[in-house]
Design a protein around this ligand. Sequence first.
Ligand SMILES: [Fe+2]
Ligand SMILES: [Fe+2]
Length: 260
Amino acid sequence: MPWTPGSQHSADECGRYCSSTYYPGCWIGELSGCSYDSSNTLYCDYTPTHCAPPPCGRLPAGIRCADAAEPVAAAAWLEGAAVFAFEALERELSAHRAPVGLIERARSARKDEKRHHRAMTALAARFGAAVQPVELEPVGIRSLLEVAVENAVEGCVRETWGAAVAAFQGECAADRAVRRTMRAIAVDEAEHAALGWAVDGWARWKLSAEERDEVDAARISALAGLVENTVKSQSSEILGLPGPEASAKMLAGLRPIWIA
Ligand SMILES: [Fe+2]
Ligand SMILES: [Fe+2]
């Protein structure tokens, strides 16, 4: 490579040496350039373009995507984001006079996510990775349709998938601490997924036929996005993250849940 040490290069120039997208498990980054340092090492730079689904749990409205990070730190950041997602869900369920049982489950899920955030932050520290703070734009109370559409994507699709991936990691991670942490998280995430479906069932009852179609379309579209992203997923032996093949098998098994 005829580049001078210390030089910076554009995405076009770097495309020969860096992959065009970076997919550490929880978001997608697009190649923005690269630099070549004095020790002859090439660093590829990526700009996060999308907080991607798997295995990401629930993201709140107004979230500002963090920079791409090491996978455990990214997962810890997502657990922190889920705390805000359940805080918003509890507030919006109350505003729309949802049954007390659903509101209490959202409150309990928020506490779970705080615990997950602490546990994953500790794991990230073990891997020498720092977790970025979660930043949000303020979002007020939205219509029931907006809440239901978001719930279909974040709860019914992403948290259901997140629960399956956490269970997979709990069994397959080569690192014992990761296995132990993910087993505990998987149990909670399965309840969060069940809560997502319960919210879906309640909201559906209050929505018009057209609005229900909109919720269904959002769920199907989120599933398509999930399938597309898992094709690019990177497996990790230490973390037990499923690669494209294992993900495809899990998706096929779960498909009847999403497409009735
Ligand atoms: Fe979580
Ligand atoms: Fe969750």
